[in-house]
Design a protein around this ligand. Structure first.
Ligand SMILES: Cc1cc2nc3c(=O)[nH]c(=O)nc-3n(C[C@H](O)[C@H](O)[C@H](O)COP(=O)(O)O)c2cc1C
Length: 400
């Protein structure tokens, strides 16, 4: 097993996981942990318990684990911390550095108050010998305990889940692959985990800039390490947290007997006729996470559902619930669907758009049972209207 070095004396000692259930919406991930060999040998974060063998083998390849003095816990979510009891009992660290909320969360997970906690706050520094670590609290990004650890001499920011990507790969660094690959993974991660925290992310990015740290590398807890292009992911986060988007429409729908599908296709035709890019995402084939990844940078969402039992079809109900939690801002929306009698489905879509303060094109388009030629033409014209509203929609950067 070859050592994977970020810089002299600084190693990746994480684990790659190809065994993620398809329900997650991504094919695999890595749990990134880091080892700094200095006078005080320091471990930054752990890995998921199921993948600890890879982690221990990597560490043993470099040093006897009992020689580790310090443990830093940047984030207590179990994919990084479920190996902690075994790590602590094996290495018996002199100190465990974490935030105040991190200490609470570690105790609430593992119920052992005797561990040698050393609570740190923003601006605190510890010396490892030749190197110094500077701590930056990033509360609620994305858990209350989250913090960054910045290795000053080497300019490496250990950023826990921020800037991460759920990708299982043989390569570890952004410069070993096409940069579009880690950026796409980071976009999925942001859209599905962080979008609701965008105001806080903007604030954190501003604070990081003001600190003028001279970051040379960003080492997240998942996916590729931003070794050569840290500026690319910082720029991407600045754009995503502003909820900047291109003029593009997503049609998200489901159908039982295909009438809503006929409507979706005709609406898409109308949008295309006005030269606005459009993607049709059937909830039967698209994972909600992939839809949110697209929606992060698309201006307009058009959601379609038949009315089933006085509401939307269950797959759309699940999607509306999901999108509500992620709080997209600065967007335009519309609803449509086929119905038999009451037609409440479109009203339910409208109500979610209103709750999210997504600007509605209008009250939506409903068609009784199966659309005929004239009704399909009305759908094409509805597509024209959505495209025109999209072209006229220029909201700028989202307000905090
Ligand atoms: C189980 C079931 C429940 C339904 N409940 C309603 C309802 O409460 N209100 C309504 O307007 N239509 C209701 N419908 C009728 C459908 O909305 C109608 O068949 C519609 O055309 C289906 O659209 P689709 O072809 O896109 O699936 C129901 C249909 C089914 C199969």
């Amino acid at each position: 097993m070859n050592d994977i070095k970020l810089a002299k004396g600084i190693y990746w000692v994480g684990a790659v996981d190809h065994d993620i259930p398809p329900s997650s919406g991504y094919a695999g991930t890595s749990y990134n942990a880091y080892l700094i060999v200095d006078e005080k040998v320091t471990l930054v974060d752990g890995v998921k318990y199921s993948h600890r063998d890879q982690f221990w083998n990597r560490i043993r390849n470099i040093i006897d684990p009992v020689k580790i003095d310090y443990m830093i816990v940047n984030h207590v979510e179990p994919d990084h911390s479920s190996s902690l009891p075994e790590i602590i009992s094996t290495i018996k660290p002199e100190k465990i550095f974490c935030s105040a909320a991190g200490k609470d969360a570690i105790i609430a997970h593992f119920h052992d108050e005797s561990w040698p906690f050393e609570v740190v706050k923003s601006g605190d520094e510890i010396s490892l010998g030749a190197r110094t670590i500077h701590f930056i609290m990033t509360r609620m990004l994305h858990w209350p305990d989250s913090m960054f650890s910045y290795l000053k001499k080497d300019g490496i920011l250990f950023s826990n889940d921020a800037f991460g990507q759920h990708i299982a790969s043989d390569e570890r660094f952004d410069d070993e692959v096409d940069i579009a690959i880690p950026l796409k993974g980071a976009k999925f991660f942001y859209a599905n985990n962080l979008n609701l925290l965008s105001p806080l992310i903007k604030k954190t990015l501003r604070a990081l800039e003001a600190m003028n740290l001279g970051i040379r590398m960003i080492a997240p807890d998942h996916g590729y390490i931003w070794r050569s292009h840290p500026e690319k992911i910082l720029e991407a986060y600045a754009e995503w947290s502003c909820q900047k988007h291109s003029k593009e429409v997503l049609i998200v729908y489901d159908t039982k007997w295909k009438s809503t599908e006929l409507m979706a296709n005709a609406i898409a035709q109308g949008i295309e006729e006005k030269n606005v890019p459009v993607k049709i995402c059937s909830l039967k084939t698209w994972h909600r996470g992939a839809i949110m990844e697209e929606f992060l940078t698309a201006s307009t969402i058009v959601m379609g559902s038949p009315t089933i039992n006085n509401g939307v079809i269950p797959s759309m109900a699940a999607f509306l619930h999901y999108i509500k939690g992620l709080k997209p801002k600065n967007k335009l929306g519309a609803g449509f669907g086929s119905y038999g009698w009451g037609g409440e489905g479109v009203r339910q879509i409208n109500s979610t758009l209103d709750d999210l303060k997504i600007k509605r094109v209008d009250d939506g388009l409903r068609i009784k049972f199966v659309p005929d030629e004239a009704q399909l033409q009305a759908c094409v014209e509805y597509g024209h209207k959505i495209a025109e509203a999209t072209l006229a929609f220029n909201p700028g950067c989202a307000k905090d």
